[in-house]
Design a binder for this molecule. Sequence first.
Ligand code: THU
Length: 147
Amino acid sequence: MDNAQLADMAIRGLTKSYAPYSGFHVSAALLTENGKVYHGVNIENAAFSPSVCAERTAFYKAVSEGERNFIRICIAGCSNGYLETDGFSHGILSDWVPPCGVCRQVMREFCDPESFEILLARSVTDIRIIKLKDILPESFGPEIIRP
Ligand code: THU
């Protein structure tokens, strides 16, 4: 599973996003050490606070299936307009979608910040690669509280 394939999964998955309130669709494809990919979308809620981001959906699906070792995640996002006018795959998305602070902390729970890669995709070829350590410096992680 190369980066373009992972980006393709994330971008194609945008149509599964449930975002009737913000109108902003996010999709994430999470690659495990064993080469399996877990996909997640943002799922909003009429009561707002139960809403969950795409990245956490992907992590929680994977961890629920027993996965604990992750290599990278690819994130793509777009507003309603893009989905309506341009379809969903292989287009150029207008913006990079970096993970929110809560999702960064969830990544920190299961991933090595030195090596875990976060791919931001605007298309299958337009991909930025960042490291968790660079977007969550001086972080609080599980090893700090483990006896
Ligand atoms: N969202 C994500 O799914 N991931 C992010 O990293 C940023 C924000 C979602 C949450 C909400 O459903 C919508 O995007 C607008 O904030």
